[in-house]
Design a protein around this ligand. Structure first.
Ligand SMILES: Cc1ncc(COP(=O)(O)O)c(C=O)c1O
Length: 369
């Protein structure tokens, strides 16, 4: 490796690590717990929401800081510029892109579109579910399909679960909370089966970590195919709230019509950061490398402690507390590490987000003690 490149990467790593801890605000419940225990946030290791422990990138931070001064103006022009950049980056045009305050806002919009005709949405169990409560309220019942034994989305059963009232299928690939992915061939076959007459909402929040398969190129063929993406994960900007959906221009128009004001999503400051983040490819590589190292170390630790786990292509790991003598969430919490939790009813399987290498070393040392 070139000396200059090495120095730059080291500087990036140092600046990322030194910023990482104070970046994360706590949820009210977590704050209450921390305050009751008298733990200063700096001493807390938060591995609960698959946040990136290294970001945002130095270029994104600078862009956001610089842009604060222009926050008095609405961000109309910028919205267009950013959509154009994302369009170009993904081989599409700005008309194929709708921006949101995080991808969650757009998952909600997709549900609203599907709910124009009452019916149901088919999804895996467990999967990323935040949008489900609201979707039920607006008239979309959820039909949940268990994962396979290996904790993969069961594509066959998902397709079989569709009925005459199915308006939308949601597929999170790689899946949260299990970290598993289908193959490119399997995904493409699934799109061809489902999206010809139903809305298919593909959540590709975690594809970057391991360059997992994507079906974004198929939007040209399927007007019902929506690809949701976020800057909250590999780009480390969860609090900045920037996400987007890729779809055909007519579909994007339909989604935009359901929002009070399509320009009301991410702030100008956040968009400035996100556009800078897109150019900081060194930083993304650093995040991926560090995530791989920390995750490997964690998985080896789980193996040594006799804890079964599902190989993950994401920034979190799903593992089974069952054969381990102690309750892992309590054990870790007593060491000021929060985040290990279950996503299935009456299940011993837990998810923990991958933090920095030193954080995962600490987790492993506690599990092996
Ligand atoms: C699969 C998946 N989709 C969407 C989101 C929401 O991301 P955003 O911060 O862009 O709203 C998350 C957040 O954890 C997620 O795991």
């Amino acid at each position: 490796m070139q000396r200059r490149q090495l120095l730059r990467q080291t500087a990036l790593a140092v600046s990322a690590f030194s910023f990482s801890r104070e970046l994360f605000a706590l949820t009210p419940a977590q704050r209450q717990w921390v305050e009751a225990k008298g733990i200063p946030p700096a001493g807390l290791i938060k591995l609960s929401s698959n946040e990136n422990p290294h970001g945002p990138s130095p270029l994104a931070r600078k862009a956001m800081t610089d842009f604060v001064n222009q926050s008095n103006r609405y961000q109309w022009d910028m919205n267009g510029v950013m959509r154009e950049r994302i369009g170009a980056l993904t081989g599409h045009t700005k008309e194929h892109v709708i921006l949101g305050a995080g991808s969650s806002e757009l998952l909600g919009l997709a549900c609203a579109w599907a709910a124009l005709r009452k019916g149901n949405v088919v999804a895996s169990e467990p999967t990323f579910k935040l949008w489900m409560t609201a979707s039920r309220k607006i008239g979309l019942q959820t039909k949940l399909v268990p994962l396979t034994y290996s904790k993969h989305n069961d594509l066959q059963q998902l397709a079989d679960a569709m009925d005459a009232d199915t308006r939308m299928v949601y597929l999170c690939n790689p899946n949260n909370p299990t970290g598993t992915t289908a193959t490119q061939t399997e995904l493409e076959a699934f799109v061809r089966k489902v999206a010809k007459d139903r809305i298919l909402l593909m959540d590709e929040a975690y594809t970057e970590y391991y360059d997992s398969p994507s079906v974004a190129h198929l939007i040209n063929e399927f007007p019902n195919l929506l690809i949701a993406k976020t800057f909250s994960k590999v780009f480390g900007m969860a609090g900045a709230r920037v996400g987007y959906i890729l779809a055909q221009p007519d579909t994007v128009k339909k989604l935009a019509e359901l929002s009070a004001w399509p320009n009301a999503g991410p702030s100008a400051v956040s968009m400035a950061g996100a556009m800078a983040a897109l150019t900081d490819t060194d930083f993304v590589q650093l995040v991926k490398r560090e995530n791989h190292r920390a995750k490997e170390l964690f998985c080896q630790g789980l193996q040594k402690a006799g804890i079964p786990y599902i190989p993950s292509v994401t920034s979190f790991v799903y593992f089974d507390n069952q054969p381990y003598a102690r309750k892992i969430p309590e054990l870790l919490t007593s060491a000021n590490i929060i985040g290990a939790r279950t996503f299935e009813e009456k299940s011993s399987w837990l998810r923990l987000s991958v933090g920095t290498v030193p954080e995962m070393q600490k987790v492993v040392s506690i599990l092996q003690a």
